[in-house]
Structure formats: structure tokens, C-alpha cells
Design a binder for this molecule. Structure first.
Ligand code: SAH
Length: 383
């Protein structure tokens, strides 16, 4: 049992499932337990996953009087799977379970063809991994399940960073399809669980506007570059990682896209160099890593976003399209919009918002948890 302060009680009642360590009054539990949560007067509030290390001490998993059972998890996983099936996703790789937004906090399941890649990101879900594995085998019959448990957040939970096959077998490379494009994915070493699945629908949307000469900055293994190649005359993809650039080249060749050129470069330097050379692009995609990893780094992140957006707007031809993203959950949509507006003013560009987008529908946002709205994507047109 864990008792919490009235401040935490109010937070839980507002619909947010987290209780911070500073709001915990008394603990009779060990890390990883599913515990009953009571308010300061001892009234039961529900059940939560307890962590004895993380700043997030409790993650609420049930509001009623009953502790969650294997059946509770089965029903939630089943609902998550059924929801994704209802989306008519034109891809063989997508997110099946998105933590809090599927009522299974700190648990991620991504599907890559016949395989699943999972992450247990708290002590509670880490202990439940064997239960979740058995349920997923039963519900989805995957050829293999990889537990990609190497993200750094696990260290904050006092958990080991490790990668294990927990069911069947999982090959070093899995072939998946996104729209008309096929990719080879490395589930053991690729970023996140292998691909940036949260941008799939933004790639599809961007293809409706992209044209002419495309610059895909922060391309990773070519997500936007390849998805937009069929509507663009020439494609330049840049990423700082040699391994990523090798994958862009291989993925382009596999899909017969001979007009895609990939370069290993720092985007900040290359944008400046392209501007110096007087180059012009009709479409530019900016999809940088999260510049603001915490609250303290927000001001520096905003100046980073400002710089790349300013330079991109200068490189853009009249009538050109800028697809600009931020995946920092510490930077709100309003702050990001302000940065773009100020970049447009400095670039002396008239810019219209064509679409405001977010992470794909397979990565839903939980209304009461602003932290789950992390990816912002604006599609802009330079007038
Ligand atoms: N657009 C991609 C995902 C991008 S993730 C997609 O749709 O799949 C961010 C990428 O930025 C990573 O691949 C990382 O290697 C790269 N990166 C980080 N800092 C960079 C920099 N300064 N210059 C170029 N690339 C950078």
C-alpha cells in the first residue's frame, strides 16, 4: 500500500495517472509491485505500478476497488490491437501499444511484419514482461518478440539496459513496407525500436504537397526522403550518422529510386553552406531529434529550432513547402509555432500554415496527460 498527499490526489482526480516521489507519504511495497493507492485519510484511490527509484513513483492502472489481473491486461492489449486494426494502416510496421494512451503505462509494443518489438520502461511493467509476452503470443501469434530494453530511461528506474529475444526468434533484419516503400529494419540496433513509426502519417500528408527539389534534413534511414521521392524531381537526404546514410542509400536502391542522394553531414553546417552557395529547394523537411530533453534545455532548444527554420525558409523557393517538426515534449505546440513565426519574420518570408499535425493515430495522445503530445508537425507554404 502507498499513501499519497492531497496534492497528488487532486492530480489523480484530474485524470493524470502519475504520482511523483515528493507526493508519496508512506510506502509499504517494493519496487515493481502493483500497489493499492490511498489518500491522506486512508481512502482507497485505485491501484498503481510502484517504482522505488524513478521520480514517477506511481503510475495508476486502475481506479476502482479491484487490483488489475491478467485478464485486465488481456482486455487492454486486445483493445489496443483492435484499435490499430480499425485504422486501415497501409504499412506492415506500426505501434500496437502506446503506454499511457492504451492504459498500459510505460509499455510499448511495435509491430514489424511478423515480429514484435517491446519495451518495458518502468519497474512495474518490467516485472510484468512475462505476462505481457504470453498475452501477445496468444493474441497476435508473432514469429518472435524482441524486448528492446536499452533506452536510457531504464537507468532512472534502476533497471538494466538489455536486449533479449523473449519469444520465438528475431532476425538481424526485418523487411517491412510503408505505403509503396519497402525498408530493411534492424530491430536490435536501430533508433527507437527500428523506425520512426510516429511520422508515418506525416510522410503520407507531406507527399500531398511535396514537389520539385527536396531536402530531407535529419533523414535517419530516409523516412521522408523515400516517401516523397515519387513526387520530387531530385532528393537530397542528410543525416549526421554514417550508418543512417548507408541505410538511406540501400533503401533507395532497393526501391529503385535513383534520384535520391544521401550525405553524411551536420544539418546546421550544411544549411549554412547551401545558403552560401545560393541553392534553392522546393520542399524541405526538418525532423530533428528532441532538442529539449528536459525543462532546463528548452531555451537552447528553441534557439536551435529557430536557426534551422530560419535557414530552411531562406533556402525555400517561392511556393515551396516546409515540413517542420519538433518531438520535444518539453516544447509546446504554441512555443514551437512562435519560433517558426519569428523565423519567418527574420527570413522576411510570408508563410501560410497548410496543416498542423502530430504523431500518427497509432501513437494517440491521452487527453489528461500533456506529456503524451510530444510530436508537433507543421506543413507550411512560403508565399
Ligand atoms: N526523419 C526521420 C527521423 C529523424 S530522427 C524519419 O522520418 O525516419 C533524427 C535524426 O537526426 C537521427 O537520425 C540523427 O542521426 C540525426 N541527427 C542528429 N543531429 C544531427 C545533426 N546535427 N545533423 C544531421 N543529423 C543529425
Amino acid at each position: 500500500m502507498v499513501s499519497i498527499t492531497s496534492r497528488a490526489e487532486a492530480r489523480l482526480e484530474s485524470g493524470h495517472p502519475w504520482v511523483y516521489r515528493s507526493d508519496v507519504r508512506d510506502v509499504r511495497a517494493t519496487g515493481g509491485d502493483v500497489v493499492q493507492v490511498v489518500n491522506a485519510r486512508g481512502r482507497p484511490m485505485g491501484f498503481a505500478l510502484y517504482s522505488d527509484r524513478s521520480e514517477i513513483a506511481l503510475r495508476l492502472v486502475a481506479r476502482g476497488p479491484d487490483a488489475p489481473t491478467v485478464d485486465t491486461w488481456r482486455v487492454r492489449l486486445q483493445a489496443a490491437i483492435a484499435y490499430r486494426q480499425s485504422l486501415s494502416i497501409d504499412a506492415t510496421a506500426y505501434r500496437v501499444v502506446h503506454g499511457e494512451a492504451d492504459l498500459v503505462p510505460s509499455f510499448i509494443v511495435d509491430r514489424y511484419g511478423d515480429y514484435l518489438v517491446v519495451q518495458t520502461l518502468s519497474q512495474g511493467t518490467d516485472r510484468l514482461l512475462p505476462v505481457f509476452t504470453e498475452l501477445l503470443v496468444d493474441l497476435m501469434h508473432p514469429a518472435g518478440i524482441l524486448a528492446r530494453n536499452d533506452p536510457r530511461v531504464r537507468v532512472l528506474e534502476g533497471l538494466e539496459q538489455r536486449v533479449d529475444v523473449v519469444s520465438g526468434s528475431v532476425p538481424a533484419e526485418i523487411e517491412v513496407r510503408e505505403g509503396a516503400i519497402s525498408y530493411r529494419v534492424d530491430p536490435y540496433h536501430g533508433q527507437k525500436t527500428g523506425l520512426f513509426l510516429d511520422q508515418r502519417e506525416n510522410r503520407v500528408a507531406a507527399a500531398l504537397y511535396a514537389h520539385g527539389r527536396l531536402l530531407d534534413a535529419f533523414s535517419y534511414n530516409g523516412g521522408f526522403a523515400l516517401a516523397l521521392a515519387h513526387v520530387c524531381r531530385e532528393v537530397v537526404a542528410i543525416d549526421i550518422s554514417d550508418a543512417a546514410v548507408a541505410r538511406i542509400t540501400a533503401n533507395a536502391a532497393r526501391n529503385g529510386l535513383t534520384h535520391v542522394q544521401a550525405r553524411a553531414m551536420n544539418v546546421f553546417d550544411e544549411l549554412r553552406e547551401l545558403e552560401r552557395r545560393g541553392e534553392r529547394f522546393d520542399t524541405i523537411v526538418l525532423d530533428p531529434p528532441a532538442f529539449a530533453k528536459n525543462k532546463a534545455s528548452v531555451p537552447k532548444a528553441l534557439s536551435g529550432y529557430k536557426e534551422i527554420n530560419l535557414r530552411a525558409l531562406k533556402l525555400l523557393a517561392a511556393g515551396g513547402i516546409l515540413v517542420t517538426c519538433s518531438c520535444s515534449y518539453n516544447v509546446s505546440e504554441a512555443e514551437f509555432a512562435d519560433v517558426i513565426a519569428s523565423a519567418a519574420a527574420d527570413a522576411r518570408a510570408d508563410v501560410a500554415v497548410v496543416e498542423k499535425r502530430m504523431q500518427g493515430r497509432d501513437h494517440p495522445v491521452l487527453m489528461t496527460v500533456p506529456e503524451t503530445y510530444y510530436l508537433k508537425c507543421f506543413i507550411l507554404r512560403k508565399l
